[in-house]
Design a protein around this ligand. Structure first.
Ligand SMILES: Nc1ncnc2c1ncn2[C@@H]1O[C@H](COP(=O)(O)OP(=O)(O)OP(=O)(O)O)[C@@H](O)[C@H]1O
Length: 190
């Protein structure tokens, strides 16, 4: 699996946000996208996800992708585990229930399993969204500000989940303005 940007430029609303962004990520690699508000970090993640076309350059991705953005992308009315199972059952990987169970444990969400998404706190909902990505077991994770709203214990859990993903050969591309421990990650400073 791999994810590569070659001389990628991004234009939004007629304005050039960045250009000549190149990087290559292979199995086990991570990159952190940094820069001030409005520089284009979320836009870069959306380009990697295939939701936004690059203005110039090329993006190559070999492997299924899982995307985390500001929106939880979980059914607000469903209980947490049911909402996660909905997505997990659509993934290519086998055994959705086991994948959800592993992700729920990793994000310490067991006690909230039956609570509807709409009743979760900001940080709990963010942990649920991270669990959605983790449960997908997709090889390429695209995470936009995953640490937003998390307390320090949850940030440590997020770091551990990403580390395990990489140890299993996964790739993580992470936009963040908060410090995040991703050992050996490349920095893409916009
Ligand atoms: N759909 C759009 N149409 C026009 N301009 C847009 C659109 N979406 C985003 N922009 C602009 O693109 C610029 C970059 O936005 P983006 O969300 O990628 O930045 P960011 O680096 O992630 O910012 P932040 O740190 O505040 O999250 C901003 O000036 C924003 O207003």
């Amino acid at each position: 699996m791999s994810l590569g940007f070659r001389d990628v430029a991004c234009v939004r609303g007629g304005r050039l946000l960045f250009s000549h962004v190149s990087f290559d990520l292979a199995a086990g690699d991570a990159a952190i996208v940094t820069g001030p508000n409005g520089v284009g970090k979320s836009s870069l993640i959306r380009i990697a996800a295939g939701l936004l076309a690059p203005f110039e350059g090329r993006v190559a991705c070999d492997g299924d992708k899982a995307l985390l953005t500001e929106a939880a992308a979980l059914d607000a009315e469903r209980p947490l585990v049911a909402a996660l199972r909905f997505w997990a059952s659509l993934d290519r990987a086998p055994d959705p229930d086991a994948r959800v169970a592993r992700a729920v444990r990793a994000l310490d969400l067991d006690a909230l399993a039956d609570i509807p998404i709409r009743l979760l706190s900001t940080g709990q909902r963010r942990r649920a969204s991270i669990a959605r990505v983790a449960a997908s077991e997709a090889p390429v994770w695209l995470l936009d500000e995953p640490a937003n709203g998390l307390d320090s214990v949850s940030v440590a859990r997020l770091e551990a989940v990403i580390a395990r993903h990489r140890a299993g050969g996964g790739i993580a591309l992470v936009a963040t303005h908060l410090p995040l421990g991703l050992p050996g990650a490349q920095e893409i400073a916009l």
